[in-house]
Design a protein around this ligand. Structure first.
Ligand code: ADE
Ligand code: ZN
Length: 336
């Protein structure tokens, strides 16, 4: 490995944008299908991987939701989460904030309780086994109704201590932030932090980012690359100290570009941009691969790579002392 790649691989890291269901690797999908006595329309994990054929958000989401059919029991959600945490512990991820999509499971007859109990138990066991710290963010599916999102919010309240915030994902087309204004207001009142996908190159991307700021008043922005098209919007994002969770390898699958020049531009402009993996089982690349791809394509300096990781610790939804402790580990690593 080149020196820079070795440096990136060894860095203590944080991940702020990963969908736990998007970490379901084909091999585990096969194991779970077998355990649940389900037939998959592929002969092997490799054949399944080759059938992953998407070039935009809707075509990806179709395959992503189909893949979830094997997740039925609490143990399935445990195994899914534990496998991801074990994998990224191996990449020196100290901290991960994971999205989960409860509505994608409750519509299939899998209870909220089953989903969250499995994920939570894996979080505890991974903390014990690897020291990795994690928090959960519940996402509403924006292509479902606001009423359905409100139902998910109500279901979540019994588990409020296990969930740090709420987000919004799935298909953005025709589903602007304003559709969920009341749901997000209610979530805020219940003490949740707020974030929201502002997916890349959507029709009305810039207007949707403005809504996210002015109508929803989120604490963070997921993706948000198109903000660069509006300098006033960039200034406002900086003024509000909003972190952006960008996912380059993912972007390269759903748009024509990994948007690494945009990541560099955001860094240069002083925006708190971070690099993340999104759905690493579908857009192949976990944290290390995403950082390496960004560094190589945009020709980032070591300082810029360090800044990306620092931004992630800084923008994480942890206590100040935790952020300081993790940032110190990063500084010690860089100094050595
Ligand atoms: N759900 C899972 N991955 C997503 C993505 N990249 N964008 C929107 N919704 C998602
Ligand atoms: Zn995402």
């Amino acid at each position: 490995m080149e020196e820079m790649e070795t440096f990136i691989a060894g860095m203590p890291k944080a991940e702020l944008h990963v969908h736990v269901e998007g970490t379901l690797e084909p091999e585990l999908k096969f194991d779970l299908a077998k355990r649940n006595q389900l037939d998959l329309p592929y002969k092997s994990a490799d054949e399944m991987r080759q059938a992953y054929d998407f070039d935009d958000l809707p075509s990806f989401l179709k395959i992503y939701y189909e893949g979830m059919s094997v997740l039925l029991t609490e143990q399935d959600f445990y195994d899914l989460t534990y496998a991801y945490l074990k994998k990224v512990h191996g990449q020196n991820v100290l901290y991960a904030e994971m999205f989960f999509d409860p509505q994608a499971h409750t519509v299939r007859g899998v209870s909220f309780e089953t989903v969250i109990n499995g994920i939570h138990r894996a979080q505890l066991d991974a903390r014990d086994a690897f020291g990795i710290k994690t928090q959960l963010i519940m996402c509403f599916l924006r292509d479902m109704t606001a009423e359905s999102a409100m139902e998910a919010l109500v279901q979540s309240l019994a588990y409020k201590d296990w969930i740090v915030g709420v987000g919004l994902d799935s298909d953005e087309a025709g589903n602007p932030p304003l559709k969920f204004k009341e749901v997000f207001e209610a979530a805020r009142e219940h003490g949740y932090l707020l974030t929201m996908h502002c997916d890349v190159d959507q029709k009305g991307s810039v207007a949707n980012i403005w809504q996210t700021l002015n109508d929803i008043k989120t604490d963070r922005i997921d993706h948000g690359v198109n903000a660069l098209e509006d300098q006033v919007l960039c200034d406002e994002i900086i003024k509000r100290n909003l972190t952006l969770t960008v996912c380059p390898i993912s972007n390269g699958y759903v748009t024509p570009s990994k948007k690494t020049a945009e990541i560099k531009a955001m860094l240069t402009r002083g925006m708190k941009v971070t690099v993340n993996s999104d759905d690493p089982a579908y857009f192949p690349g976990y944290m290390t691969e995403n950082l390496i791809a960004t560094q190589q394509e945009a020709n980032l300096t070591k300082d810029q790579v360090v800044q990306l990781v620092k931004n992630a610790f800084d923008g994480s939804w942890q206590q100040a002392e935790e952020i300081e402790a993790m940032t110190s580990k990063l500084s010690a690593y860089v100094a050595q």
